[in-house]
Design a protein around this ligand. Structure first.
Ligand code: NDP
Length: 281
């Protein structure tokens, strides 16, 4: 192997043109003085495994995985991290000899971003809206971060119940009171509310009552840009501090980059650059 060859990485999805991952990982590589070639790869809907196999054969070190392939990515792994297994999905794959390892950095990226925003988790009451893949990835890291109580509310209640069931042993080990929440009532009981639904992407506002989050509490939407606005403006009207999902995106990428290269980039300047670009767009 040529020691001067760049580290080859990719993000695979369908669609993929919108992905900011090449921009983020290229910035990480520049920051650390590493030679990295990071590409966006469109896989056919029935061709994810074949696309991964081809990258492996051609000497790629690993790849990120985005919609709709995260659950399938986990099934390809010869070694899967506990957090990927709990999530039932992987967003990061690594190729090392005969080993194809899988991890899920979405949830830890969310927790790092909450920490960066000084949105307290430890000992707090947290409401998670949604029970799709992103929430599944977020739940174990949220539990491990020491929230006192986590409630999960989802449009399809069965999915919230299944998520809670799967995470109960972990929650018990960490002393976290983990339950589903059927009806959304006001009463300012939550210190933090996380919108992990994709409602905003479809231009829909969630029907949320006033007083769900404590004044001075916090609210974070996993989506970013205009799609996050309906939820974030609801939260601001409750007196909550708000944040969109761009920080989580950069943090999960930094975690993946560290897994592949052994070097952890500083996400802050990359996030600031992305925010500046968004403001001047
Ligand atoms: P999924 O498709 O797996 O799940 C979607 C979730 O949103 C489900 O809980 C679904 O409920 C709910 N939902 C969708 N539309 C509505 C609606 N109109 N009203 C109420 N609930 C609704 O998607 P993911 O979990 O993978 O992604 C969720 C969001 O998180 C996406 O917008 C994605 O872009 C974002 N994300 C951001 C990341 C980041 O780094 N910032 C990383 C990963 C994801 P139901 O079960 O009833 O269908």
């Amino acid at each position: 192997m040529n020691p001067d060859a760049p580290i080859r990485l990719a993000v695979i999805g369908h669609p993929i043109a919108h992905s900011r991952s090449p921009r983020i990982h290229t910035a990480f590589a520049q920051q650390l003085g590493l030679s990295v070639d990071y590409q966006a790869v469109l896989a056919p809907l029935d061709g994810f495994a074949a696309t991964v196999a081809e990258l492996r054969t051609r000497g790629w070190r690993g790849c990120n995985v985005t919609l709709p392939f995260k659950p399938e990515a986990l099934t390809l792994a010869t070694q899967a991290s506990p957090r990927a297994q709990l999530a039932g999905a992987a967003n990061t794959l690594g190729f090392e000899g005969d080993t194809l390892w899988a991890d899920n950095t979405d949830g830890i990226g969310l927790v790092y971003d909450l920490v960066a925003a000084r949105f307290a988790l430890s000992g707090k009451r947290v409401l998670l809206l949604g029970a799709g893949g992103a929430c599944a990835g977020a739940l174990a890291p949220l539990i491990e971060a020491g929230a006192a109580e986590i409630r999960i509310h989802n449009r399809s209640p069965d999915k919230a119940s299944a998520l809670v069931e799967r995470h109960l042993p972990l929650a018990r080990r960490h002393g976290v009171n983990l339950k589903t929440l059927g009806q959304l009532d006001g009463g300012a009981v939550y210190d933090g509310v996380i919108n992990g639904t994709s409602a905003g992407l479809g231009g829909q506002a969630l029907a949320l009552p006033s007083g769900l989050v404590k004044p001075g509490g916090w609210a974070l939407d996993l989506v970013y840009g205009p799609a996050a606005e309906p939820f974030l403006s609801w939260a601001r009207a409750q007196g909550a501090q708000t944040r969109d999902g761009l920080g989580m995106l950069v943090q999960q990428a930094a975690e993946a980059f560290a897994l592949w290269t052994g070097q952890r980039p500083d996400p802050t300047p990359v996030l600031e650059a992305l925010r500046a670009e968004a403001n001047t767009a």
